[in-house]
Design a protein around this ligand. Sequence first.
Ligand code: SME
Length: 151
Amino acid sequence: MKTDALKPQVISIINQPGVVIKDKMQAICDLLQSAVATYDWVGFYMAHETEPTLHLWNQAGEPTDHTVIPFGKGICGQVAVSNANFVVDDVHAQDNYIACSIYVKSEVVIPMFKNAKNIGQIDIDSNTVNAFNAEDERFLEWINELVAAEL
Ligand code: SME
């Protein structure tokens, strides 16, 4: 399985002593983006403490202009409100979608929960259509749980 093989590396990133969680999140983005061929852009958007906006904390891949996303806008903003995983097989079929790159064809956004509150999400873009399946969802849920435990 493409993702199970990465679990030991994710665990070692999380367990690194003396590293702040934001840097661990960056290391996870870098690992996933470089190790999984279809993960072309990987980022964590985290909810503002009081405002209904998501803020880009980390990213690996091409820089994006979309560093702040209002709740409800795009795939990310919808997940901030729905609290549910969003797998997009073909981004061009989506009306409420924010394009970060003309090359992106599919996307997955998995919410992150802390004390049952939706505090942010991991967002992955792929230049391959239909790149994400249930295996990716379980893997990314697992990563979010590890990260949330450190926040
Ligand atoms: N496509 C996302 C915006 C974030 S970029 O993918 C980096 C969306 O529709 O919310």
